[in-house]
Design a protein around this ligand. Structure first.
Ligand code: AMP
Ligand code: TRP
Length: 325
């Protein structure tokens, strides 16, 4: 199978990005042909610092590598380095109904959040994402739950193109984990963990052990004192149990048993240790790789070369079918 996924280079990634998306990528690369993109053209649809962008792109590449993506196997590249992405997005925009774009949950959420930044790029964001995926004729797209709607739109666009211009694209499936697809905020467990929220609400992959411990100890929990999973009545503890289970591989029931008659404090202390230990190799590899910028840049260049071959072939086929060549 060919797999495609991407993350916006908006600075430090958090545990939600890792558990919802990147962790699956690592497993998938063993048996599949994987393409992992750093989607900088998506990152500029919400307010950002131009001066910071190149640094954030490199940091995201380092995160991909530190998390275990193998550049010998998988393609890692930067979206804006392949002009075929915005080119295909334009072509697909001409067959995408405006109404569908206006209905997208992420568009509504982001335009409510950045009221003075509701640009056309934000509306067209999902078409660029469809172009990313379709350009590589991907079979599957591993993402967190919040992106499911965009992958569904991608399938609709592919179907419509095929009907109008002849069989060209596959209809890609989204791959969404049962657990981990939506890690919640530490300060408000009814909202998803998101880097645009306050710092205390997120565990970043490169947080220091002290910061991790502080954030987990002050994470919002629920009334009562039992460590038991109950998403509606105890969203705080349930979220922490999910993280515990995903990082240790233990079943939630077994973790609950281990903490019978122990309080939230003890559970949180143990969870903080689990996270600190799990993330330790990330911090180490990140430090190593930040000293090897040239090496990371070379990986991105090589990724661009490999991705370009596929992208050029698809765009040629699409333009031919649309009567542009
Ligand atoms: P973003 O940072 O929005 O570009 O998201 C990158 C990837 O992480 C996407 O596949 C998202 O679905 C996933 N993701 C983001 N936030 C979370 C979260 N809180 N829980 C699980 N997955 C998430
Ligand atoms: N829109 C995705 C997000 O927020 C990022 C993204 C862009 C993506 N292009 C993609 C994900 C293609 C998967 C496939 O998080």
């Amino acid at each position: 199978m060919r797999i495609f996924s991407g993350i916006r280079p908006t600075g430090n990634l958090h545990l939600g990005n890792y558990l919802g998306a990147i962790k699956q990528w690592i497993a998938l690369q063993e048996k599949n042909e994987c393409v992992f993109c750093i989607v900088d053209l998506h990152a500029i649809t919400t307010p950002y610092e131009a001066k910071e962008l190149q640094k954030n792109i490199l940091e995201t590449a380092i995160i991909y590598l530190a998390a275990g993506i193998n550049p010998e196997k998988s393609i890692i590249f930067v979206q804006s380095q392949i002009k075929e992405h915005p080119e295909l997005a334009w072509l697909l925009e001409t067959i995408t109904p405006m109404g569908e774009l206006k209905r997208m949950t992420q568009f509504k959420e982001k335009s409510a959040k950045h009221k003075d930044y509701v640009n056309a790029g934000l509306l067209n964001y999902p078409v660029l994402m469809a172009a990313d995926i379709l350009l590589y004729k991907a079979d599957a797209v591993p993402v967190g739950k919040d992106q499911e709607q965009h992958v569904e739109l991608t399938r609709n666009i592919a179907k419509k193109f095929n009907q109008k211009f002849g069989q060209t694209f596959k209809e890609p499936a989204s791959m969404i984990l049962k657990e981990g697809a939506k890690i919640m905020s530490l300060t408000d467990p009814k909202k998803k963990m998101s880097k645009s929220d306050e710092l205390k609400s997120c565990i970043f992959l490169f947080d220091s052990p002290e910061d991790i411990t502080k954030k987990i100890l002050s994470a919002q929990t629920d009334s009562g004192k039992d460590i038991c999973y109950n998403i509606t009545k105890k969203p705080g503890i349930s979220n922490l149990l999910t993280i515990y289970s995903l990082l240790t591989g233990k079943r939630i029931q077994d973790i609950e048993k281990g903490f019978t008659r122990k309080g939230y404090g003890e559970f949180k202390k143990s969870l903080a240790e689990v996270i600190v230990q799990y993330l330790e190799p990330f911090r180490r590899k990140q430090k190593e790789l930040s000293l090897r910028e040239v090496y990371v840049e070379e990986i991105l260049k090589q990724g661009q070369r490999r991705a370009l071959i596929i992208a050029q072939e698809t765009i040629r086929e699409v333009k031919e079918k649309m009567g542009l060549i």
